[in-house]
Write a protein that binds this ligand. Structure first.
Ligand SMILES: *[C@@H]1O[C@H](CO)[C@@H](O)[C@H](O)[C@H]1NC(C)=O
Ligand SMILES: *[C@@H]1O[C@H](CO)[C@@H](O)[C@H](O)[C@H]1NC(C)=O
Ligand SMILES: *[C@@H]1O[C@H](CO)[C@@H](O)[C@H](O)[C@H]1NC(C)=O
Ligand SMILES: *[C@@H]1O[C@H](CO)[C@@H](O)[C@H](O)[C@H]1NC(C)=O
Ligand SMILES: *[C@@H]1O[C@H](CO)[C@@H](O)[C@H](O)[C@H]1NC(C)=O
Ligand SMILES: *[C@@H]1O[C@H](CO)[C@@H](O)[C@H](O)[C@H]1NC(C)=O
Ligand SMILES: *[C@@H]1O[C@H](CO)[C@@H](O)[C@H](O)[C@H]1NC(C)=O
Length: 439
């Protein structure tokens, strides 16, 4: 057994605290607060019957991207507008243009627009378009963290003034985002003549769309398992982290409901994953691998249990105080995120052309990517006690992963935990409380 009883934290208490705080901790993301996807309409030209506007979808989420099959944006016109032409994207349906007697691009009152593919011909392109609707996370690739297209709006009538469309919807992809009203904003300013002159558009409308994991997922999608060099016990993902396994323990593939039913029909909301006790499509394993004089080494492995889904441009966020020190990541790209409170937060993503795609599970093995990370020790605070070496929080593609309960963490053998200090326990409680309080 690990700790003797005088050193045993009231782990039950910690667990209760974690669960209680966890319940209202999910509404928004503590490590990436105040982020959003901003949709901007910039009217930069008037025409006889309307205007020309540039629409920009800017992703400010630091570690949430728009994956395949890309974004889809929709709105409802307030007046009798139609879209005469468009570049950099297209409306999925033209609608009925008979009454306008022109072959407009889209005559629907509620157009739905998607991005062009990278091979779109030059005449259909515009700046910032044509990436098949993929948008990078802001902290990973700011240059690709937006998408934009241009629309020529007509049929406004000679007298009418333009009005912002209503009920903006954004699927990025699938459900999850809720957009506010498009409202008047300060006109967008840009520079001309090599930055010596500033020009501005006539009119700007803006809306912000925020993500909610409750709208996007029926259940958590990711869990964490732990192991160490100092204890042979492997702490698996918590049972039923993302759903419970069916009664048939021999079945290899399991069906899990991925999307909330309110968001789609039953058939489209199902995922096929390898059957496990945790039932998560993604598992992240944190192995404390070696201890050196002034460094320690961790192996981080991300596994894909999904049979039908590859994750391109995946990312993992780890909150751990050890990242205050210098670290070397061998097989992932990485950076640290600016977060206002104590712990450091590291962001990992795949290396170009090497492991930026997390492949689907096959019959014999799950898809996986992994790296070793060498961290410097701050000898004043470094310890393996009380599960210090494990992450505080972990995210996969912006979704928080379910951690095992602290009382199941691999423990230090007795020898190293002689001379118990009750203070450690209080400190741990305090740390957990503080880090959760910011939810
Ligand atoms: C959207 O995010 C950006 C970047 O963090 C921020 O500047 C802006 O204020 C946010 N908008 C809203 C309405 O929160
Ligand atoms: C591309 O541009 C041409 C000429 O302007 C137009 O006829 C065609 O519909 C456009 N294609 C798309 C997908 O927007
Ligand atoms: C155009 O606007 C003027 C003044 O606002 C108004 O008197 C006129 O009736 C309007 N014409 C149409 C066709 O709406
Ligand atoms: C995932 O990618 C691999 C290699 O590119 C491909 O063979 C496989 O069909 C893809 N799986 C899915 C579900 O798209
Ligand atoms: C990180 O490494 C650099 C150079 O090796 C060193 O100057 C710096 O003090 C180190 N930072 C920390 C926090 O250890
Ligand atoms: C690491 O990420 C940065 C930022 O996205 C990128 O410029 C660089 O090429 C990446 N390096 C590798 C080896 O993938
Ligand atoms: C750890 O302590 C328990 C009881 O306190 C004892 O049974 C066990 O042998 C000890 N293990 C080691 C490795 O000392």
């Amino acid at each position: 057994m690990g700790f003797n009883s005088s050193n045993l934290c009231p782990l039950a208490l910690i667990s209760i605290l974690l669960v209680a705080l966890g319940n209202f901790a999910d509404c928004y993301d503590t490590l990436d607060p105040n982020r959003n996807i901003t949709v901007t309409f910039d009217i930069h030209q008037w025409t006889d019957t309307g205007y020309v506007a540039r629409v920009t979808i800017q992703n400010y989420y630091q570690y949430r991207h728009v994956d395949n099959p890309g974004w889809k944006i929709g709105w409802t016109w307030v007046q009798k507008e139609i879209i005469l032409s468009m570049s950099g994207a297209f409306a999925t349906e033209q609608g009925k243009c008979t009454e306008y007697r022109i072959n407009a691009h889209c005559c629907k009152k509620d157009p739905v627009i998607v991005d062009l593919m990278p091979d779109a011909p030059g005449e259909n392109r515009t700046e910032g378009c044509c990436r098949g609707g993929l948008v990078s996370a802001y902290a990973i690739n700011p240059a690709n963290s937006f998408s934009s297209f241009e629309i020529t709006v007509g049929n406004l009538g000679s007298n009418a003034s333009e009005q912002a469309p209503q009920t903006l919807t954004l699927s990025a992809p699938g459900p999850g985002y809720t957009c506010g009203l498009l409202e008047d904003a300060d006109p967008t300013v840009s520079s001309a003549i090599g930055g010596r002159r500033q020009v501005q558009v006539f009119k700007t409308w803006k809306s912000t769309c925020t993500y909610s994991t409750f709208l996007a997922n029926q259940a958590p999608v990711c869990c964490v398992s732990l192991s160490t060099f100092y204890n042979p016990t492997i702490t698996p993902c918590r049972k039923c982290s993302c759903g419970c396994r069916g009664a048939d323990k021999t079945a290899l593939s399991c069906i899990r409901q991925a999307l909330p039913l309110s968001q789609s029909d039953l058939a489209n909301s199902l995922d096929i994953v390898r059957c496990t006790d945790h039932m998560c499509p993604i598992r992240v394993h944190w192995h404390v691998k070696n201890n050196y004089m002034d460094h320690w080494r961790v192996k981080l492995t991300v596994s894909n249990y999904n049979y039908q889904r590859n994750y391109s441009d995946w990312n993992v966020v780890v909150q751990h105080p050890g990242f205050k020190q210098n670290s070397t990541t061998y097989s992932f790209n990485s950076s640290t995120l600016p977060v206002s409170f104590a712990d450091e937060v590291a962001l990992f993503w795949g290396l170009r052309g090497f492991n930026e795609e997390l492949l689907n599970a096959g019959d014999n093995e799950v898809g996986s990517v992994s790296t070793e990370i060498l961290l410097e020790k701050d000898l004043k605070t470094f310890t393996y006690r009380n599960g210090w070496g494990f992450p505080r929080k972990l995210y996969f593609n912006g979704e928080e992963c379910e951690m095992p309960l602290p009382d199941t963490f691999p423990m230090l053998p007795n020898a190293s935990s002689s001379n118990p200090k009750p203070i450690n326990c209080l400190l741990l409680l305090l740390l957990i409380y503080l880090s959760l309080k910011f939810n």
